[in-house]
Ligand binder design. Structure first.
Ligand code: SAM
Length: 281
């Protein structure tokens, strides 16, 4: 029996049956368009050999599109009613036993993923999209690549190169783990309820070689936070509190790492931040 997808009417009646009224707090904007969920899965190049993790499966529209490829899915959902019902939805749409594992939990707190999935595919809850992405990349090294749908501004930041207007702390931190690129647009009209922001797809590919250890990552992220906490200031000022306690000490540390102290954080690549972090300890 082939896997079938959820239609718009079915999604609404399922929500009514489960007594689920979409909430802003949990970023619950469900995709009610089969073409859109297939487009996400296609752009993630999911095949039947893949084990995929989905964050926030909701009523299951994207989940079924991933399962339609023959892939296995681990789905992490915080809303108990939705998590509890997902296996029944999958079974009712032709998904064979054992292909879906549901984890009823807050994605920000999970520390293990059954099946060690290598691909992430998600329509992320917008209020926690960046912390959840960073948490997953940090905690699950077996996660190699993925495509996620996020608020357009967040996608642009994640994919921004140094020097661009929107390059900021999320851009530099995301780049620690690998390469990011914009991967497609999505109309507001495919959601229920229709959100008041635009969405974009963003794809990532983890770098083959991991960067430094946990201590170096923490120091690098601390420098990134300080640099972008005062992004209009020159680095020697913005980093003074974390590099020696004065602008002069910060300037010396920056020069030692080969970085011009009069630059601003938005001009530094993740390689620069990492080099600086490595040189000051
Ligand atoms: N994947 C579904 C779709 O495309 O229709 C739903 C996407 S909806 C934008 C976000 C989903 O993430 C909701 O089901 C929501 O309950 C869930 N969610 C919100 N915060 C979460 C968290 N911290 N951990 C896990 N799931 C979360």
């Amino acid at each position: 029996m082939p896997v079938t997808l959820l239609g718009a009417a079915e999604i609404r009646s399922l929500a009514a049956e489960l007594d689920v009224t979409p909430t802003k707090k949990l970023g619950q904007n469900f995709v009610v368009d089969a073409n859109t969920v297939r487009k996400i899965v296609t752009s993630a190049k999911v095949s039947d050999a893949d084990r995929v993790v989905e964050i926030g499966p909701g009523l299951g529209s994207l989940t079924l599109a991933i399962l339609e490829t023959g892939a296995r899915v681990t789905a992490v959902e915080i809303d108990h009613r939705l998590a509890a019902h997902l296996p029944a939805t999958a079974a009712g749409h032709g998904v064979p036993e054992g292909r879906l594992t549901v984890v009823d939990a807050d994605a920000l707190r999970v520390t293990e993923l059954p099946g060690e999935p290598t691909v992430l595919v998600a329509n992320l809850p917008y209020n926690v999209s960046v912390p959840v992405l960073l948490h997953f990349l940090e905690t699950f090294p077996y996660l190699r690549r993925g495509v996620v749908m996020v608020q357009a501004e967040v996608a642009e930041r994640l994919a921004a190169p140094p020097g661009s207007k929107v390059y900021g702390s999320p851009s530099a931190k995301a780049a620690w783990y690998g390469a990011w690129r914009l991967a497609g647009t999505v109309s507001r009209q495919v959601f229920w309820p229709v959100p008041n922001v635009d969405s974009l797809l963003v794809a990532f590919e983890r770098a083959d070689e991991p960067r430094g250890d946990e201590a170096l990552r923490r120091r690098t992220f601390e420098l990134i936070d300080a640099a972008f906490g005062q992004r209009r200031k020159m680095l020697r000022q913005a980093l003074s509190s974390v590099l020696g306690g004065s602008a002069a000490a910060a300037a010396a540390a920056l020069e030692q790492a080969g970085i011009d102290p009069t630059l601003r954080g938005e001009q530094l690549s993740i390689d620069d931040f990492e080099r600086l972090a490595a040189s000051v300890h």
